[in-house]
Design a binder for this molecule. Structure first.
Ligand SMILES: [Mg+2]
Length: 228
């Protein structure tokens, strides 16, 4: 990819992930429910795809999307009976703690290598005002030039305006930036509408039919920048 000066990232499901052990502990303490961590990352991806499908259909309120997310995720963690109280319990915790705060091995190294190339890095996230806190907790804050939090700028993906805000902040043209995210209808569609090239982070190959560049690891971005 010649002429790329900036790489913008989605946050949840791409660079930061749910603190699943914290959720398991909470459900155990509050409701006596045993949830499993086995296969968690795939379960999180599937729950995210559920949200993406709803957004593609016209979605609903953010509150409703959060509920749909957990009603897809928790059964895949073994929570079947007591699903409704379990969802309420996790949603309540999510208000008091930023639960998206874990990162995967390899993400920091990939970001470091992108920085070494002189690329400007930023996060463009549909969040609730806590995105910088999430990246501090995940230990990834220092890699980024800036963060765009939808709650703070008043517009959210897939609206192309949020990507234009990021382009302006970075001081680059749309053709000089790429966007990396895990949801086709939110991340890829929105970025393209703003004129950016988009890369879908699809670690489990759940979007085989998607007509865009795809990576299965964040580190694959380096190869992609060299190759395309
Ligand atoms: Mg995401």
């Amino acid at each position: 990819m010649n002429g790329i000066k900036a790489v913008f990232f989605d946050a949840g499901g791409t660079l930061i992930h749910l603190d699943a052990p914290r959720i398991c502990d909470l459900l155990s303490e509050e409701l006596g429910i045993t949830a499993s961590l086995e296969g968690f990352q795939r379960a999180q991806s599937m729950a995210m795809q559920r949200v993406a499908a709803l957004v593609a259909e016209g979605a609903g309120s953010t509150e409703n999307l959060k509920r749909e997310f957990y009603s897809t995720l928790l059964p895949r963690m073994g929570v079947r009976s007591d699903l409704a109280p379990a969802i309420d319990c996790v949603l309540k915790l999510a208000q008091s703690e930023m639960l998206w705060r874990r990162t995967e091995a390899g993400a920091a190294r990939a970001l470091e290598r992108l920085k070494e190339r002189g690329l400007r890095l930023a996060v463009v996230s549909n969040s609730d005002g806590r995105i910088e806190s999430a990246f501090h907790q995940a230990g990834l804050f220092d890699y980024f030039d800036f963060f765009i939090d939808s709650f703070l700028v008043g517009v959210e993906k897939p609206d192309p305006r949020i990507f234009r805000i990021a382009l302006e902040r970075a001081g680059v043209e749309a053709t000089e930036a790429i966007y990396v995210g895990d949801l086709y209808s939110v991340d890829v569609a929105g970025a393209r509408e703003a004129g950016l090239a988009a890369v879908l982070y699809d670690p489990f190959g759940l979007n085989a039919e998607a007509d865009c560049l795809k990576i299965r690891e964040i580190g694959d971005l380096i190869k992609l920048l060299d190759a395309v």
